[in-house]
Design a binder for this molecule. Structure first.
Ligand code: FAD
Length: 396
């Protein structure tokens, strides 16, 4: 939409054009003359009731012109595992590519990736760009960024997406910087503007108080990372095939500044929330930090990961990276145990699609019960130790 200018105050001096950080303003034709000239030639704004004039945004030329085409999804593959968000994004990419009328491709950077190629087709890719090299065995920023950027420069995709995982958050900003284009991190909604065909990249902003839709109008590719488990997993269709495009890395081990010395796998306690199968989440109902031991013991028995509400983060019981919800992480574990959590909408949006939800709350009207598979109305100080003892008996 245009920027609304108060015609009563605008002298058409042009200062806004030169100081606009986004370079989106221009003066209407014939404007930008000296103040004296302006006085003579401009119609006198009627006091108070002047209609707001629109300053049109100037469309800078897109580098590469029309040749930027296609929706790409970087398939995150590391140590024999594909991050499931990659498939979620192929599902989402399919819709975007259909709306634009272009091709959907997967990008596979790593070592020994052959087995992943048919999976990419099965999840909807029409083409897969592959860079397979021993140097790419373990993830490192430099060679991965180089490989992706080389592909982007050579084949010029219009849109490129990746999961907002540790890897995506690390490599995509480097690629965006190399390409001198924009990147919207942590998107929760993506769509295509039907008129301009631009990618509408929506994400929470200002602490989640607003949802901002961000556009990358003049640079290519349009880049976004998307939180895992926000987009639906597409149907996997066995036997679908497509084109495979292979490229060389063009980089040797001795050119890479970082070396992997050791790889220490995280346990259930320390893994990222979006990868956890069982989450034990705490809320302010816990009343004090010393009661965290109740949740910790339950998590220990179940091999679960601890999480919680913003209330629990603000109380200092868990760190912010464990916060579930609108301004935290979106999760979809097999089991979500909510202890002393009221079920505010900002929390529910981050966990309501979990496979099973057990909620423990002493208020029978608590909103969390509306999304719970099993609701236990009772005092968490009694219910949680009883559950822990019972699970201990059955799981040992
Ligand atoms: P409360 O709402 O205080 O609930 C405590 C619950 O514990 C109550 O239901 C109570 O009945 C129960 N209880 C008390 N004692 C016991 C007991 N002995 N046994 C059993 N049950 C008991 N919140 C998030 O979680 N994630 C977000 O990402 C997030 N983003 C936000 C963004 C914005 C812009 C805003 C405005 C808010 C956001 N919030 C978020 C905050 C959210 O609105 C709630 O304030 C918060 O989720 C409430 O946390 P809670 O459930 O721990 O606490």
């Amino acid at each position: 939409s245009g920027v609304v200018v108060d015609a009563g105050k605008c002298t058409e001096c042009g200062d806004c054009v030169s100081s606009c950080p986004s370079n989106i303003l221009s003066l209407p034709e014939g404007a930008g003359k000296s103040a004296e000239e302006t006085k003579e030639t401009s119609p006198e704004p009627s006091q108070g009731s002047a209609p707001a004039a629109k300053v049109e945004k100037k469309a800078a030329p897109v580098p590469g012109g029309d040749v930027w085409s296609g929706v790409w999804v970087v398939i995150e593959y590391n140590r024999g595992e594909v991050a499931p968000v990659s498939w979620e994004l192929l599902g989402e990419g399919r819709k975007l590519a259909n709306d634009i009328g272009c091709e959907l491709a997967g990008v596979l950077v790593g070592h020994d990736v052959e087995a992943v190629i048919p999976e990419a087709f099965a999840h909807g890719a029409e083409k897969v760009y592959v860079v397979d090299d021993p140097v790419l065995k373990d993830y490192r920023t430099q060679p991965y960024a180089e490989a992706i950027t080389d592909l982007v420069r050579r084949y010029q995709p219009e849109i490129i997406l990746m999961g907002a995982t540790a890897m995506g958050r690390d490599v995509f900003p480097v690629v965006a910087t190399k390409m001198q284009t924009g990147l919207t991190a942590d998107c929760t909604v993506l769509s295509i503007d039907p008129n301009s065909k631009l990618l509408l990249q929506t994400r929470p902003a200002f602490g989640g108080n607003i949802m901002a839709t961000i556009l990358c109008k003049t640079r290519r590719p349009q880049m976004a990372t998307v939180r895992p488990r926000v987009m639906a997993m597409p149907e996997r269709v066995e036997g679908r095939t497509g084109e495979v495009v292979r490229e060389e890395l063009g980089m040797a081990e001795d050119e890479i500044l970082t070396k992997i010395v050791d790889f220490i796998k995280g346990d259930a306690k320390s893994i990222f929330l979006d990868k956890a199968e069982i989450l034990v989440a705490v809320g302010l109902g816990l009343a004090s930090k010393k009661n965290m031991v109740l949740a910790e013991e339950l998590a220990e028995v179940l091999g679960a990961t601890l999480a919680g509400t913003r209330g629990a983060v603000e109380a200092g019981w868990i760190t912010h990276d464990r916060q579930v919800g609108q301004t935290g992480v979106t999760v979809r574990p097999k089991l979500y145990i909510a202890i002393g959590i009221s079920g505010a909408i900002q929390h529910l949006v981050g966990m309501e699609t979990s496979d099973s939800i057990i909620a423990i709350n002493n208020d029978p009207d608590a909103a969390i019960f509306r999304v719970a598979t099993y609701g236990i109305v009772g005092d968490l100080n009694e219910v949680v130790p009883a559950l822990t003892a019972e699970f201990k008996k059955r799981l040992q």
